[in-house]
Design a protein around this ligand. Sequence first.
Ligand code: ZN
Length: 310
Amino acid sequence: MDQGRHTRRQLLKAALGGAAGIALGVPARLLAAAQGGGAAATTVQLADDLFVVTVGGLNVLARAGGGGVVLVDGGSAATSGAVLKAVAALPNSGPVRTLFNTHWHPEQTGSNETLAKAGAQIIAHENTRLWLTTDVKWPWNGQTFKRLPKVAQPNKTFYTSATLEPGVRYGYVPDCAHTDGDLYVYFERPNVLAAGDVVSGQGWPTVDYITGGWVGGMVGGTQRLLSIANEQTRIVPARGPVLSYADLKAQASMYATIYERLSTMLNKGRGPSEAVAARPTKEFDAQMGNSDEFVRRAFESLWAYLSPDA
Ligand SMILES: [Zn+2]
């Protein structure tokens, strides 16, 4: 793959420049209003009514107008206040009618309770809803995630795909790229695909195999998104700058390479520490960052999916 393709600088340029969007000159007054808990919102406009609102590194895609705001993800509990203030300040904003949860992680579901209480429909894959009804613990760092109160759980779930309204389609990414409940939302006319954590906008992802994600699914998931997108599609990841189709293609190829190397090591009876030592991501680390944790989790995810005794 082309190593120069998505250096951080180029991605930022793409996100802020003509290819992917127009940076909004946010008036100081609005910026101040959008500050909550030390988190400031930045807003990038992708189309007349479509914006990426970023707080604390977490992206929210907001479609204003059209009889109520549609959000894809809502930030974390800590960033929710700043996100909702920034969304309220968008041109033609209004009440949030629909919130999508691309998956169950707290970085995506932190506005659920507030918005549900205000009457929003929360759409998620059924597996996402199920994870939000139970406590989850990650064994690798002991982190625990408390179930959400009933009111904050998705109130409209689906299994395969559906249309929110003409021109706005959503669907399941069944490959288990990041979790077993990943969804995408595709806005056809502006040609923008919100992809959650199935794509990596900023550094290596967490391979959450406790709730179904695995490195083989990252290959399948990125390939599936390529089949939904086209060469002009702009892809909004859960974090980091807006990506191009070429960026997505490069990621699919990168994850295929890494999957191949890790599964070869698994078949030779190697373990996670040996996988880390073998540096299976070495040509990607300059752009993606230190990969030790990623490789360890990715390798462990193979145990869950490929080991005969799993
Ligand atoms: Zn996630």
